[in-house]
Design a protein around this ligand. Structure first.
Ligand SMILES: [Zn+2]
Length: 548
């Protein structure tokens, strides 16, 4: 029955060899992450084996014409054996950044990596089985018979794959999300996708011309000798209805609820349902309906415009990158990793974003806008997002595999991340409160990039298409704080701001509000979207100068 001369059986042997033998580094990592201690966990591991083997099999079946399959195997097995060796030996992960490192490193350094062990590995696990594979004579049969047999095996593999995958899909998604390094360990998928995305990035880099935007921007003179500092805090995965400020029954805002002059926007909405859409969108000058990543990537954004008018701009990053928004402005990466693209998350709590802001205020050279990009409530490992002393709600789920936790424990862990975010924001406002003593008028605006589903309707995490997204993923917390001296300088009426804060607002307002508060005039500025515009009288000092 299992005649190895038949192409569907040959492809099956090759697929199992690649999936189970050449992927030892992946299975070791996977086993450690799952740390199986129940029958269900072992079934999960076995199901993953079935799914990965089936997918490899379907891919090989698709190219199972004799010369083609032989060529694919001759190339694939040695390369995959080499990838497997480098991962086992050096613990490296293979992604586009790694491909860049390899291709852009000089040959002398690369030659140091070619050891006898590597040659042995590639020969024994790559070339020998590949050549043996090519020497097996194939059964002769009619093309119709051949096609029928392959279809039958492909159908069986598809059914098997789905049957193994469906019951585990939630765990697979959450594990894959939290541990993106898994994808970078699964070979040959890792190097194929790494090379493809490297080539795509290079192509885009060459093709990309950044269109100027707001090129007429200039700053209205205020006649003031004081400096201003506005901080935009880009939050992560915080949902509005879990903020106590918005009526949540738990005390998730113990510090902000006591912060004087805080302006809370209870009806703020995000532009996207994931970081990669929302972060570029809010700085782009496109509103949600007009925004696309492709358009934003090729046009200047808020930070470029501010920089052109002479505002000092700084992006401080404690997450997985600024998604191109900070490409042309100074950036500080505070994640604790030299090469953040290798790692999905930061090693540091968001307090690190506030560290050193007081020193900057004391030495501020000119009007400044700083963006703080938080790790916030990034899931599913919520418990890793806050220091132990912020564990307010217990028991908190400490497992990325949600199925191992009670829903209440998942929500506890999530709410603890908000308690910590509350602390970081209140601490920032505390630091900004002291700025007036240094002649600096300071303010801040915090808004989360999107929300998070916490089990409603069986949904977790975020990233649903916007039109289908539940309220939990798009209704986001947003708060603002303006020092009395900034309000005075800009002629902003606090009561007016408080009165208007309950209106619908959100990411669409960020671009225009920051231009507004920094006194930037340009034809691309829309006062109707500036949260301050309706509450500004004439700035008191300017008024004083103009009055005579
Ligand atoms: Zn996000």
């Amino acid at each position: 029955m299992l005649n190895p001369r038949r192409p569907e059986i040959l492809a099956l042997i090759a697929a199992l060899y690649i999936a189970l033998v050449l992927n030892q580094p992946f299975w070791r990592k996977f086993h450690d992450l799952v740390s199986p201690h129940s029958t269900r966990d072992w079934l999960f591991l076995a199901a993953a084996g079935v799914v990965i083997s089936s997918i490899a099999y379907l891919a090989l079946l698709a190219v199972s014409l004799k010369p083609l399959l032989r060529a694919v195997i001759l190339i694939l097995l040695p390369l995959t054996a080499a990838a497997s060796y480098f991962m086992s030996e050096y613990g490296i992960l293979i992604d586009a950044q790694m491909v860049r490192n390899v291709l852009e490193t000089d040959t002398r350094e690369t030659s140091d990596l070619i050891t006898w062990k590597l040659i042995g590995y590639v020969a024994i696990l790559g070339f020998v089985p590949a050549i043996a594979f090519c020497l097996v004579p194939w059964t002769e049969r009619s093309w119709a018979h051949d096609l029928r047999a392959k279809f039958a095996y492909a159908a069986a593999a598809t059914v098997l794959c789905l049957a193994a995958l469906m019951p585990m899909i939630g765990d697979v998604l959450s594990l894959g999300r939290e541990h993106r390094e898994l994808k970078m360990t699964l070979t040959p998928l890792n190097y194929i996708s790494a090379v493809t995305s490297y080539l795509r990035l290079e192509g885009r880099k060459k093709a990309k011309v950044i269109e100027q935007y707001g090129e007429d921007a200039r700053r209205a003179a205020t006649g003031s000798t004081r400096k201003s500092l506005f901080i935009v805090v880009v939050g992560e995965t915080a949902r509005a209805d879990h903020f106590a400020l918005n009526g949540y029954a738990r005390t998730t805002n113990p510090e902000l609820s006591k912060t004087p002059d805080l302006i809370n926007f209870p009806a703020a909405y995000s532009c996207g349902t994931d970081t990669a859409q929302s972060v570029p969108c809010m700085f782009s000058g496109f509103d949600r309906k007009a925004f696309s990543n492709a358009k934003a990537e090729t046009r200047e954004n808020l930070l470029d415009i501010l920089k052109r008018t002479g505002v000092d701009v700084l992006w401080r990053e404690n997450q997985a990158g600024c998604k191109g928004v900070c490409d042309r402005v100074p950036t500080e990466t505070l994640t604790g990793h030299v090469a953040p693209t290798f790692f999905p998350s930061t090693e540091n709590g968001d307090d690190i974003l506030v560290d050193g802001i007081d020193g900057r205020i004391a030495e501020l050279e000119g009007d400044t806008v700083i963006v703080l990009h938080m790790m916030g409530s990034h899931g599913p490992a919520y418990w890793k997002r806050y220091p132990p002393k912020f564990e307010t709600f217990t028991p908190a789920c400490k497992d990325s595999q949600f199925s191992r936790c009670e829903l209440s424990a998942i929500v506890n862990a999530y709410d603890n991340t908000l308690v910590y975010t509350d602390h970081v924001l209140a601490r920032l406002i505390g630091v900004l409160s002291g700025a007036a003593d240094h002649g600096v008028d300071a303010g801040m605006l915090y808004v989360s990039d999107h929300g998070e589903s916490l089990g409603e309707g069986g949904l977790y995490l975020h990233g649903m298409p916007y039109a289908l997204a539940p309220e939990a993923q798009i209704h986001v917390p947003m708060v603002m704080w303006l020092s009395p001296s900034l309000r005075k300088e800009r002629g902003i009426d606090q009561k007016c701001m408080l009165d208007r804060a309950s209106a619908r607002a959100g990411h669409d307002n960020l671009f225009h509000s920051v231009l507004g508060i920094m006194n930037v005039t340009t034809r691309v500025y829309d006062p109707a979207l500036d949260l301050f515009a309706a509450c500004r009288g004439k700035p008191q000092k300017a008024y004083g100068l103009l009055a005579p």
